[in-house]
Design a binder for this molecule. Structure first.
Ligand SMILES: NC(=O)c1ccc[n+]([C@@H]2O[C@H](COP(=O)([O-])OP(=O)(O)OC[C@H]3O[C@@H](n4cnc5c(N)ncnc54)[C@H](O)[C@@H]3O)[C@@H](O)[C@H]2O)c1
Length: 440
């Protein structure tokens, strides 16, 4: 790996990397428990590209396929230190027990490090998450004061852990749907809005503002707008901070963005796609509120339209029916069941059906994405990349893109983009899959 080939200078990942997480519920506690289990050597980081995947370099005949983590300089798992905020005072150990994702036996094996992490007081507004209320919440005269308190938390965390760099990733509850408003349009308006307590500024946006002001990269694991507004994108670019989002692509949408490209690749038509889920964790309870569900529905619905491009293929994809439902059903806890009924048609218009029944575990699928995003965002920052990181679309249901650019949802295009970005960083040839040279 001759360093001289690099297209960008990448600072080495020296020192500790602090991971700051607003929302320490099911996903966060599962992520931290897994991280500790991997560090202790009794679990594998399954589902994580940064830890397990290889990347092919050069021609297929060269036999060069290093692990991604050996190809680009990523922070080591031993160097991660985690902290965060929640509206409940529970330590991560207690949160993991309540979340009910992991077996008690597994949680007990990492009890000590999990118990040591206690959330800081949250910035919370019940108008944005109607189904929850908790006691562990900051009070301030206005939203700017709350942002300043978060910045103080960030600084204290940095000082107490000795972290050399920080990354923030939103794993808090899904906030109610809201469209970008005037206050989101410029940084000046946004900052005035913070002082004026503008109701259109969501708690997640106060966290994102605090992070960006402190030069901390920000990822959004939920579908809320959060950092995807002109004011905060401007701040990210101005401060040279990378950002990405929105909404971890884990269960049903993950499957959708695999199956839909396959149908399109074979020019098979679609008349309808009915998706329904039962889910019994706290996330399911929050999504039972129509306002929060609307936010989720928006991100879940958009993927198919973008992949199938009905405007280019009206005979195949015009007016297909797409329905997405999430039903809160407590007995299942975090073990979600997602059904898809897909009505397709083939040669001469003959109808066929595909049924998917995915008995997945939400947080088990999301935890490795948290790890990868943390490590890649930190890499991006050390490589001097700022603003929206479209190459991380791979991880999201509603990938953020430059204004006017449609998002790429096809999982395999997203993966190619991610790997080509890593190749580009290190000055390796991009892989086009042309391959004519093998037959010359
Ligand atoms: N596969 C997945 O699990 C998956 C996939 C996509 C997106 N998500 C999103 O990730 C987020 C977390 O999911 P989860 O299953 O861990 O949910 P969860 O309900 O278990 O955890 C969310 C936590 O956020 C806390 N919270 C809410 N508002 C907060 C605020 N303003 N500040 C600090 N803490 C706050 C809640 O108290 C709760 O502990 C949700 O928004 C969910 O929609 C999850």
């Amino acid at each position: 790996m001759p360093a001289t080939k690099d297209n960008v200078q990448i600072a080495p990942p020296d020192g500790k990397l602090g991971v700051l997480i607003p929302g320490m519920g099911a996903v966060t506690s599962t992520f931290i428990a897994g991280l500790e289990a991997v560090k202790a050597g009794w679990a594998l980081p399954i589902g994580s590209l940064t830890q397990l995947a290889t990347i092919r370099l050069g021609k297929r005949t060269e036999g060069r396929s290093p692990r991604i983590k050996d190809f680009v300089p990523l922070a080591r798992l031993e160097d991660l230190v985690v902290g965060g905020w929640d509206i409940f005072e529970d330590s991560v150990y207690e949160a993991a027990l309540k979340a009910g994702v992991l077996e008690r036996e597994h949680i007990e094996r990492v009890k000590e490090p999990l118990q040591a992490i206690r959330p800081m007081k949250a910035v919370f507004d019940p108008n944005y998450v109607r189904r929850l209320s908790g006691p562990h919440v900051k009070q301030g005269r206005n939203k700017m004061e709350l942002a300043e308190m978060l910045m103080e938390d960030i600084e204290n965390f940095r000082a107490s852990t000795g972290a050399a760099r920080l990354v923030m990733i939103w794993c808090g509850s899904t906030e109610v749907y809201h469209q970008p408003a005037e206050v989101h349009q410029t940084l000046e308006k946004f900052e005035c809005g913070l002082y004026r307590n503008d109701p259109d500024i969501a708690p997640s946006q106060i966290y994102a503002y605090a992070a960006l002001k402190m030069g901390v990269p920000f990822a959004n694991g939920a579908p809320n707008l959060t950092v995807d507004i002109p004011a905060l994108l401007h701040l990210a670019r101005e401060r040279h901070v990378p950002v990405c989002g929105k909404d971890f692509k884990t269960g049903q949408t993950f499957m959708k963005t695999v199956i839909a490209p396959a149908l399109k690749a074979r020019m098979l038509g679609l008349t309808g796609w009915f998706s329904t889920n039962i889910l019994g964790n706290r996330d399911g309870e929050v999504l039972d509120d129509p306002g929060s569900f609307r936010t989720k529905e928006e991100t879940k619905l958009s993927a198919l339209e973008y992949i199938l491009q009905p405007e280019l293929y009206p005979q195949l994809y015009k007016n297909f029916h797409h329905v997405v439902r999430i039903n809160y059903y407590p007995p299942r806890g975090d073990s979600k069941e997602g059904w898809d009924n897909i009505d397709i048609f083939g040669w001469m218009g003959y109808p066929m059906q595909i049924k998917i029944d995915f008995l997945c575990r939400d947080s088990i699928l999301a935890a490795p994405l948290v790890l990868d995003l943390v490590l890649f965002l930190d890499l991006a920052q050390r490589a001097g990349m700022r603003g929206i990181q479209e190459w991380l679309s791979f991880y999201f249901k509603a990938p953020m893109t430059a204004p006017g650019l449609y998002p790429e949802h096809d999982l395999f295009i997203q993966l190619m983009k991610l790997k080509n970005t890593l190749r580009w960083m290190r000055g390796e040839d991009l892989i086009t899959h042309l391959g004519l040279e093998y037959y010359d």
